[in-house]
Structure formats: C-alpha cells, structure tokens
Design a protein around this ligand. Structure first.
Ligand code: NAD
Ligand code: MG
Length: 404
C-alpha cells in the first residue's frame, strides 16, 4: 500500500498504543523512548530489541516498563538477565527471540535497526498487520517491491520516520496525486559540502563522523557525508510514494530546516519545516493520524535568518547518481548496491579504505554484478538475500584490493 492511500482517522485514534522498538538502543530508538517518556499515558511498551549494549537495553526496559527486552546476541543472555533481575522485565536473546518479540501483538512497531539486518525482524512485525513506523530505510532499498508486497499481503501500514519522507508524507495531497510534479528531498550536504575533491581524498573517519546538524548512528552519519544517504532516500521515496524515478530530485539545504518538498503542476511547492530533531518525525508517526507534543525546540525563523539552497555537486558526490542509476536499472541493483555500501562504510570506519573508496567500491561491485548477470528481477526474499550476499561478498573482496 502506498502511503497516500492511507485513510485519515486510522485504527489507533484515541487509544493507548502498544509499542515495540526494534533497535531501541540506537539513536532513533533513544529518541523514540524520549518522545514516549514525555507522553507516558499514550503508550504501553511491549518489547525493546537491541544488539550488544545490554546495559543500556536493560536500563531502558526498566524505565519504560517494557514486557520484554531482547538482545540479538545469544551470548549476552546471562548478562541481560542479570541486569534485569528483580525488575519484572523478561529477558531474551538470539535471533529467534528477536523474531518472536517482533511478532508480539503491538499497535506500532518502530523499525530502527540499522542496515539490511533489520529486514527480517521488520517483516516479522508486519505479519500481524500492524503499523510499522519505518526508520530503517535499508529495508526498502534492498527489498523494494518485495517488501511492499509483503506489507500489502499482511495488511500492515507503513509510516515514514525518516525526516524527509515524513515531510513529504505531510504535504503530499493524496487527492492530487496525479497533479504532483516532483518530490524534492533536501540534504544538508554533510560535513564536506564545501570541501574540494582533493580534500575528500584525505578525509578521516573522525572527520566524517562529525555531522553539522544531526546527531545519528555511525552508519547513517557516514552515508550523510558521502551523500549516499540522499541516494538511499530517493530510492526509499520511490517505494513510499506513487511517483516515477524521473519525478525524484534532491537539493542541498545546509540549514536542515526545510525537511523536503512536493511540487505540483500549478507551480505550488509545499514544504514541511522544523528544527533538525528526529523527535518531530518520530512523534508524527507515533501519533498519526493525529499529532502530539514532542520535546523539541520551537522553530524561530527570524533567529535563523537565512535558508539557502544549492545543487548537488555530482563530481564530488557521485553516490546520488549511482543510486538513481540503480533505480532505473531496477531488479536487484539497489539490493547489491545497499549491501556493498554497508561493507564499504564498515571498511572506511575501520580505516582500511579511503573516503572516496566507499562510492568507488560500490560502483565497481555493481559493474561486477552486471557482468555476472546478477542484476535480474527480484520477486522473493530468497532473491533479496542472494543479491545482498553477492554485494557483501564482492565488496569484501574488492575492499582487500582497495586497501590503503
Ligand atoms: P544506530 O547505529 O544508532 O542504532 C542501530 C540500532 O540497531 C541499535 O539499537 C543496535 O543495537 C541495533 N542493531 C544493529 N544490528 C542489529 C542486529 N543485527 N539485530 C538487532 N539489532 C541490531 O542507528 P540509527 O542512527 O538509530 O539508525 C537506525 C536506522 O534509522 C538506520 O536505518 C538509519 O538509516 C535510519 N535513520 C536514522 C536517523 C537518525 O537520525 N539516526 C534518521 C533517519 C533514518
Ligand atoms: Mg533522512
């Protein structure tokens, strides 16, 4: 189901919402729990799922009175159980437990695991026909139509958490979908917007991890520095809204105040604005189709003074064009690209390849996939896994060759 087909007044209006968070200990997970802590009467937390930070996971689960806390790492069961002792919160561990927790009845499941690792738990949560507040863009990038058709089959509703897509969702007039010209995503430009190509060659992980406007997990912060994040988001927008690839565009907006825009055939452009704080789009998804207060600073445009825009420099940031090319190619191209990018980001963060090597490596993996006839149609989860595995394996091999 595309987002604009959702009806107003949804099934959750007015009742206490049962909430599960996949990826509770990450940046989105923590922001979600903060939003919920400010509106405790509206939510009942069912399950919190995290990975290795069991200390934080246990603390969160006790504070929000979750029914169960789950670490994906089976070896950390005892550590989690010990931290939860006497609290009344159930402890569980391992991938089977993650899937079981995702399937527990909930009204909303926030999908905030990072990377393609979030795909299976998110699909498990969708099986109950619930509302998925989707932060994990890699789900849609790697599985695209396979993911959407599973959502339709289960009768699950997708709501965007990504700030750009939340913005588009808020200004996309569903009755005027045929009169939409373009979806225009904004991008901050990241920390290297003004750097020269030569300077980009020398970028270190520490520099790339300092985002000027947003405080996020490491993978998306690097994606924002290469602008791969914007490429991934264009693909995400394609799968969320009823538009063709040619109707998708992106523009640099360094202040991150205008979160995205929709332009119409009469020349009108509708935008959503706010301070750069993920708690606003999170609150929007949690309260939809209503709104609720979020603990964020109010937007003061007079104080900000200037909102500026500029085109993306495709020589310095070829990742956006690479992603749009994958969208045009279709089939498994976006899955291969996503997997390769995940490996490349990890290699860069471990200081084994250079900053420019991230996109180079991903382009090369796509060329190899094309030559090997791996960019065919993708109609099942098995085919998504095959494409993902191919992308990861090739990226690992190429990373050896590109090593600094
Ligand atoms: P993060 O690295 O801060 O957190 C990731 C979470 O996933 C953690 O809780 C971690 O424990 C969990 N996790 C990782 N691997 C796992 C596994 N195999 N099984 C179970 N749990 C696992 O990341 P983040 O910045 O919160 O981003 C999460 C997702 O939201 C990403 O897909 C990102 O692109 C998207 N997103 C983030 C932001 C943001 O502001 N942080 C904005 C828009 C979209
Ligand atoms: Mg975003």
């Amino acid at each position: 189901m595309s987002l604009v087909e959702l009806t107003n007044g949804g099934p959750l209006a007015g009742k206490v919402r049962k909430l599960t968070i996949l990826g509770a200990t990450g940046s989105i997970g923590c922001s979600t729990l903060d939003v919920v802590a400010h509106q405790p009467d509206r939510f009942e937390v069912v399950a919190l799922v995290g990975n290795r930070n069991v200390e934080l996971l246990a603390e969160q689960a006790i504070n929000c009175r979750a029914k169960v806390a789950v670490t994906a790492d089976a070896g950390l069961y005892d550590a989690l159980k010990e931290k939860l002792a006497g609290s009344g919160v159930e402890a569980a561990a391992g991938m089977g437990a993650v899937m079981e927790a995702a399937r527990r009845p909930a009204d909303i499941v926030v999908a905030a695991i990072v990377g393609a690792a979030g795909l299976k738990p998110t699909l498990a949560a969708a099986e109950q026909g619930t509302t998925i507040a989707l932060a994990n863009k890699e789900c849609l990038v790697c599985a695209g139509e396979v993911f959407n058709s599973a959502m339709r089959k289960y009768g699950a509703q997708l709501l965007p958490v990504d700030s750009e897509h939340s913005a588009v969702f808020q200004v996309f007039e569903q009755k005027q979908r045929d009169q939409v010209d373009q979806i225009i995503l904004t991008a901050s430009g990241g920390p290297f917007r003004s750097a020269t190509y030569e300077q980009l060659k020398e970028v270190t992980p520490e520099q790339a991890l300092k985002h000027p406007n947003w405080d996020m997990g490491p993978k998306i912060t690097i994606d924002s520095a290469t602008l791969m994040n914007k490429g991934l988001e264009l693909i995400e927008a394609y799968h969320l809204f009823p538009v063709e690839p040619g109707q998708l565009d992106a523009v640099i907006h360094p202040q991150s105040i205008v979160h995205s825009m929709v332009s119409y055939c009469d020349g009108s452009v509708l935008a959503q604005l706010g301070v750069p704080d993920m708690r606003t789009p999170i609150a929007y998804a949690l309260a939809w189709p209503s709104r609720m207060p979020a603990p964020v600073e109010r937007l003061d445009l007079a104080k900000i003074g200037q909102l500026t825009f500029e085109p993306i420099d495709s020589d310095k940031f070829p990742s956006v064009g690479l992603c749009l090319g994958c969208l045009e190619t279709g089939g498994s191209a976006t899955a291969v690209m996503n997997a390769s990018n995940e490996v490349a980001v990890a290699e860069f963060l471990s200081d084994r390849i250079g900053f420019l090597g991230i996109t180079e490596l991903t382009r090369e993996v796509l060329n190899e996939a094309d030559a090997a006839g791996m960019l065919g149609n993708m109609t099942s989860l098995d085919e998504v896994s095959d494409a993902d595995e191919f992308g990861r394996r090739k990226a690992g091999e190429l990373a050896q060759r590109l090593q600094k």
